[in-house]
Ligand binder design. Structure first.
Ligand SMILES: Nc1nc2c(c(=O)[nH]1)N[C@@H](CN(C=O)c1ccc(C(=O)N[C@@H](CCC(=O)O)C(=O)O)cc1)CN2
Length: 302
């Protein structure tokens, strides 16, 4: 083990700079073209974490000068009602971005709902057209969490070309698009998952390790190559070890252990999470610029 500790990649501070850049572009869009980007967020049901995220999205959208449209629907909303709302938002010219907060209640088919969103307004980048465009290296809307990770990696490393990147987790919303983005930046990419053989050895080969499995503190120092950059996407609430009845937020990485070996690491909270919403604002600005045939903001897309 090295006796140094890792550089902390401060996602909270980075997200503030992204929001500032978005705000400056929005001010220019208003002043020069009389355009205000609009983001519609749809929440179905009362999942407490989703309510917090949706509130935060609304507040941050208005703080950067965009219009925020919140649609809160009851948990028993039918698929037909939800699809009708999406259709209305697709046609609404004041709405440039549409996001349906996940997870949806179990009776709703998430794939069907997401694929009903106009791909040009799909600021989550989850629509099958955007998935295909990203996978073939074409211009698309890019999922917010992986985009935030990529921005932090580019800022920390400069070029990522030729680096070994291991993504632990193969979800459609983080693992797979993250791997595509790293490939786009010329990394050598491995996607590891629960069935991977000797997953620790795979990870120890990584110059860049992305943890996106949703298992609290699964990855410790013994999985990490000395000096590697570790990006922790996990957000897991566990019982607080010292305060009975309270909970604590941890990532997929055992932070103290990992930080003793890694070269750089994102904390939880305050790492990837804040970048997710900042990138949602960046994507809304991108969608608005494209809709009006205006140049896309530099440094805010993949
Ligand atoms: N339609 C979508 N649904 C969901 C997404 C998404 O990108 N699109 N991602 C997650 C939830 N999420 C945004 O929606 C999100 C999660 C976490 C954070 C965040 O800032 N986390 C903080 C800690 C917050 C806390 O104390 O609980 C941090 O990590 O510092 C922002 C957004 C699932 N659904």
């Amino acid at each position: 083990m090295r006796d140094t500790t890792a550089t902390i990649i401060d996602g909270k501070a980075f997200a503030a700079t992204v929001r500032e850049q978005v705000a400056q572009h929005v001010a220019r869009l208003k002043a020069d073209h009389g355009i205000t980007p609009g983001l519609a967020v749809v929440l179905v049901g009362e999942d407490p974490a989703s309510q917090v995220y949706v509130r935060s999205k609304g507040t941050q959208t208005t703080e950067v000068g965009m219009n925020s449209y919140e649609h809160k629907l009851p948990a028993d909303t039918s698929e037909a009602e939800l699809l009708a709302l999406i259709e209305r938002l697709n046609r609404d010219l004041s709405v440039h971005g549409i996001l349906v907060q996940l997870p949806l209640p179990a009776h709703l088919d998430s794939d069907l709902v997401i694929n009903a969103i106009d791909p040009d307004k799909d600021v989550d980048g989850f629509h099958i057209s955007n998935v295909g465009l990203l996978g073939t290296g074409q211009k698309s809307m890019v999922p917010c969490t992986p985009l935030g990770c990529l921005m932090m990696l580019r800022e920390h490393h400069g070029s990522l070309s030729g680096l070994n990147a291991v993504v632990v987790g193969r979800s459609n919303i983080v693992g797979k698009p993250m791997a595509q983005l790293l490939l786009g930046d010329s990394c050598t990419v491995t996607i590891a998952h629960s069935r991977s053989r000797d997953i620790e050895a795979l990870c120890r080969n990584a110059d860049i390790l992305i943890a996106a499995v949703g298992r609290p503190e699964m990855i410790d120092a013994s999985w990490i190559k000395p000096g590697a950059t570790v990006i922790d996407v996990g957000i897991n609430r566990i019982p607080h070890p010292d305060q009975p009845g309270k909970s604590k937020l941890v990532g997929d990485v055992a932070y103290d252990s990992a930080a003793s070996v890694a070269g750089a690491i994102t904390p939880v909270p305050g790492g990837v999470g804040p970048m997710t919403i900042a990138c949602l604002l960046a994507n809304t600005l991108t969608a608005c610029s494209r809709a009006h045939g205006l140049p896309e903001p530099d440094g805010l897309t993949a």
